[in-house]
Design a protein around this ligand. Structure first.
Ligand code: AMP
Length: 193
């Protein structure tokens, strides 16, 4: 049970990851949540990451990979995980591939949440998080289109991408997500379609 939740900021990845991780009893690993906690508690990671997060920029890869390596070192990751907000760049995806082969973790399925930018901006503005100002939202969407969208192609080539419409209600998305995962498990050769 290894999943990467891929999609734009505000797509509902965190909400869905929370629901499914508790249902499946596997950890929900959100790099954004880990960074926000580190910033709030002023750890060395938090101090280094703060300016990037508040500007809506990506935190440098070496910091993110150190964080992921540390998290994967914990025992609860043996049975599986849901990664939320990581990887966000091709370089991170390649680094994750290397890490997974070293750790002998099975290759993950990638759930791609597709949502229009208009819906995302509206959702984020009502969420009220510290980095959810109109300006930062705009920047995060730009960064997403520039650096993260290429991962759709990256994982499609690896035939592990499952696309889900993230534009409907949370309940409907959970339903669609579970159906898509079940379908992909029963017909692995159709996963890439
Ligand atoms: P999120 O909660 O996933 O929207 O992440 C909030 C912020 O944390 C992002 O805007 C980035 O500044 C930073 N961040 C989270 N995950 C990553 C990542 N994988 N790579 C670089 N920066 C990240």
């Amino acid at each position: 049970m290894r999943y990467i939740f891929l999609g734009p900021p505000g797509a509902g990845k965190g909400t869905q990851a929370n629901i499914l991780a508790s249902r499946w009893q596997i950890p929900h690993i959100s790099t954004g949540d880990i960074l926000r906690t580190a910033i709030a508690t002023e750890t060395p990671l938090g101090v280094q990451a703060r300016t990037y997060v508040s500007a809506g920029e990506l935190v440098p890869n070496d910091l993110i990979m150190a964080l992921i390596r540390e998290r994967f070192g914990e025992a609860d990751t043996k049975a599986g995980w849901i990664l939320d907000g990581f990887p966000r760049t091709i370089a991170q995806a390649q680094a994750l591939d290397r890490l997974l082969s070293i750790l002998w973790h099975a290759y993950p399925s990638v759930i791609y949440f597709k949502v229009d930018d208009g819906v995302l901006t509206e959702r984020m503005l009502t969420r009220g998080r510290a980095d959810d100002t109109a300006e930062t939202i705009q920047r995060r969407l730009e960064v997403y289109h520039q650096d993260t969208i290429p991962l759709v192609d990256f994982y499609q080539k690896r035939r592990c991408l499952i696309e889900v419409d993230g534009g409907c209600s949370s309940k409907e998305v959970t339903q669609a997500l579970q159906e898509s995962i079940l379908q992909a498990q029963s017909s692995p050769l159709e996963k890439a379609s």
